[in-house]
Design a protein around this ligand. Structure first.
Ligand code: ZN
Length: 145
């Protein structure tokens, strides 16, 4: 049974949760509804935090492990940041080395797969939202209260 994100506080305009210690992300698992196969070490945050404009996931890969399949998206652009560890990202047959702090944007049609090449767990955070949907951000969208 997969671990559940603990909701620690919720109000009219927010939902706050706690994933636990990131090194223990292997306690989570996502089951692909189409293939019924599990992705251990992966957790999506969007539904539990009631996000409406983006999806966020975290995933941990033990040494030698990686995504079991290459994938693209129908409409979503993805942003990845490597939070810990070392690995390689392959995008359309180009290999990009990964280390803590590597940030990557991938357009929906980019064929992507990645794996851990290091001797410690690799932790990856992914944000996805509809490509072309951002109308404003940072100081153009922020309002001082
Ligand atoms: Zn994806």
């Amino acid at each position: 049974m997969t671990k559940e994100i603990e909701i620690i506080s919720e109000g009219l305009n927010y939902t706050a949760g706690n994933l636990g210690v990131l090194d223990q992300l292997m306690e989570y698992e996502v089951i692909n509804p189409a293939t019924k196969k599990g992705l251990p070490g992966k957790v999506f945050l969007g539904e539990v935090l009631k996000m409406t404009g983006l999806e966020v996931s975290l995933q941990i890969f033990p040494p030698g492990m990686g995504m079991p399949f290459t994938h693209k998206h129908r409409q979503n652009e993805e942003f990845y940041i490597i939070l810990k560890g070392h690995g390689e990202f392959t995008i359309d047959n180009t290999v990009v080395p990964l280390c803590e702090g590597t940030v990557i944007r991938i357009a929906p049609n980019g064929a992507r797969i990645w794996h851990n090449t290091g001797n410690e767990p690799m932790i990856v955070l992914c944000v996805q939202s509809a490509a072309g949907s951002l109308q404003q951000a940072t100081t153009k969208d922020g309002i001082l209260c």
